[in-house]
Design a protein around this ligand. Sequence first.
Ligand SMILES: [Zn+2]
Length: 258
Amino acid sequence: MAHLLKKFAQKAVAGREVVASEKMERQIEMMQEARLTRLTHTLKNLSNGWSDELDRDVEFIRQTGFARSALKTARKFESKIERAAPGTVRRVTRLDGLEFQVGVRFLRECADYLLGDPQGRERIILVSGVVTPDGVRVLSTLEKVKFDEQTATFVSANQADLQRKLIELDRDGHPWLGMWHSHPFGTGIGGSAPSQTDMDMQNRFVAAGCDTIGGIFTRDYTVRIFGTGKPLKVHVFGEGFTTLSESSHELILKLEKA
Ligand SMILES: [Zn+2]
């Protein structure tokens, strides 16, 4: 089911089936609401097998969320073309990859929190934000999650809390843009290198169709933002940082501390 929705959404993005898409979106929305009700019920009655049920519901909501936003994007895209005056060149640029924007002050806020554990342990956050009409993902909201396990070299987010936060983001129509964590004992480019666990996690998100990006913050405020799927471009807004390295899959910079 979710697979079909995704297919339909991709077709819609390609600029077809747009008229039917609004009706389709309403149907998806109704299905999502039914699922959310069931999910709330599941959370209230943590019976045997609740975890599996929760996973299925979250997956459904995530997939349908993707379908809905793709349908919306497709309609915006279509109306932009329709509005162009007859005879003018209708040139619509499609990004080859993902484009992000982030402000220095937000990066510093993330660094302060991620590296702020009194016992020097790792922390992890969800990152959300907004998407501009031309598709730039603005990384601008820090979403704290509870931890299950937390040491100086390892952190795991509490799954139930994580899922709850993702559902809240989806409810408010905000995208899940990143999952960032700290390496409190690392410094510089080397210290910000993703571990095998970090790469595995990032690859799992990509395999699930999420366009989320990873972020690693070290003790000296070196920040590595990286992806393992589509090529990415990160624009940094503001003053007070030095770019250390940049490629189509990552950006490494050093923030000046406030
Ligand atoms: Zn790590």
